[in-house]
Design a protein around this ligand. Structure first.
Ligand SMILES: *[C@@H]1O[C@H](CO)[C@@H](O)[C@H](O)[C@H]1NC(C)=O
Ligand SMILES: *[C@@H]1O[C@H](CO)[C@@H](O)[C@H](O)[C@H]1NC(C)=O
Ligand SMILES: *[C@@H]1O[C@H](CO)[C@@H](O)[C@H](O)[C@H]1NC(C)=O
Ligand SMILES: *[C@@H]1O[C@H](CO)[C@@H](O)[C@H](O)[C@H]1NC(C)=O
Ligand SMILES: *[C@@H]1O[C@H](CO)[C@@H](O)[C@H](O)[C@H]1NC(C)=O
Length: 291
């Protein structure tokens, strides 16, 4: 019996080491990471000490709020074209929860508001600061404006103050909505937050031909106010707005300013337009990787 003992002892030792290794792999999962709205980060990325509204995301034309969900839950939208901008500007969610990004979303179509207010409430319950406004972004506040929208929710890409973007007018819904002067709003609500970086998205179905010149005049298209912006220009309605603004003329006018201009990208991220089936903050993930 004697010679067996050291072997058995060795076996017990090896088994213990093996079990410990398996346990560590299961618990720490090297290379794996759980992405969720409730993740709290340590190791230098301290959520509890971070400054609220260090960054601002201004979402002009929120529609169903999908671009905002891509910001806070990118693991649900791995093919989203806007993700590369979020990663570069706000940092990858691998290291950083983005609770320091405050979002202001504007949507003219009242039909989206019930959903958007629900998204807002869900995020707020996770300490994620998102606020939606049911206003048509404009160059003047508190005016009533007519908004044309497709009645069929499934084909409701966008709604605007000109009906020519609605293909089938037999099923068109008309709403009266209050305008908001975005320059005034910015000065009153965003400037006091002293954000380090403001990123904007603009997809407002032709109203950009009114709003962009107004933003230029109001000094919003400067690097120290809005640092960068992704923009979809609706060339089809340029004539209705009697505008000569295009990407080329906008770039010229940006350069003519005394300040360093906002960096503007031509982007229309039409991925996940119908949104995913998970509710905000419902689904966590271990598979998404931004590397
Ligand atoms: C995070 O910040 C809080 C409040 O500033 C501080 O009490 C805590 O020790 C910090 N934790 C880490 C891991 O740095
Ligand atoms: C949320 O953002 C608003 C600005 O819209 C700011 O006034 C407020 O302090 C923020 N709240 C929290 C809890 O960060
Ligand atoms: C037209 O709108 C109604 C709702 O008012 C909807 O039930 C119907 O499906 C729509 N028809 C089409 C073809 O979009
Ligand atoms: C427009 O919508 C109506 C119903 O709302 C439908 O009957 C008609 O076929 C549609 N026309 C086109 C060109 O899609
Ligand atoms: C707003 O834009 C419209 C259309 O370009 C223009 O007619 C109007 O004068 C502008 N109003 C202000 C206050 O800038």
């Amino acid at each position: 019996m004697l010679p067996i003992r050291p072997i058995r002892r060795k076996f017990v030792y090896l088994a213990t080491v093996a079990i410990l290794i398996v346990y560590c792999l299961l618990v720490f999962r090297p290379g794996m990471h759980t992405y969720s709205c409730s993740t709290v980060y340590h190791n230098g990325f301290n959520d509890t000490s971070m400054r609220r509204c260090r960054y601002v995301y201004l979402d002009l034309g929120s529609n169903k709020g999908v671009q905002i969900r891509k910001l806070y839950e990118p693991w649900l939208y791995p093919e989203g074209k806007i993700l590369q901008f979020y990663d570069k500007i706000f940092g990858k969610v691998r290291y950083h929860s983005r609770r320091d990004v405050c979002t202001f979303g504007f949507e003219a179509n009242p039909r989206h508001m019930k959903r958007l207010k629900y998204v807002e409430k869900r995020y707020k319950s996770y300490d994620i600061n998102v606020t939606f406004f049911n206003n048509a972004v404009s160059n003047i506040s508190s005016e009533s404006v007519t908004i044309y929208s497709d009645t069929n929710f499934d084909i409701d890409w966008g709604s605007g103050i000109h009906s020519s973007l609605i293909d089938n007018k037999t099923n068109m819904t008309i709403y009266e909505v209050q305008t908001i002067d975005i320059v005034k709003f910015f000065a009153e609500n965003i400037v006091p937050l002293k954000p380090e970086y403001v990123f904007a998205k603009m997809d407002i179905e032709g109203s950009e031909f009114i709003v962009l010149p107004h933003m230029l005049k109001g000094g919003l298209l400067c690097d120290h106010t809005i640092s960068s912006m992704v923009l979809e220009m609706h060339d089809r309605v340029r004539e209705e707005f009697q505008s000569d603004l295009s990407f080329a003329t906008l770039k010229e006018r940006l350069k003519d300013q005394a300040c360093t201009p906002t960096t503007i990208h031509d982007l229309d991220d039409e991925t996940y337009t119908g949104d995913v089936s998970f509710e905000p903050c419902e689904k966590e993930s271990e598979t998404y990787n931004t590397f």
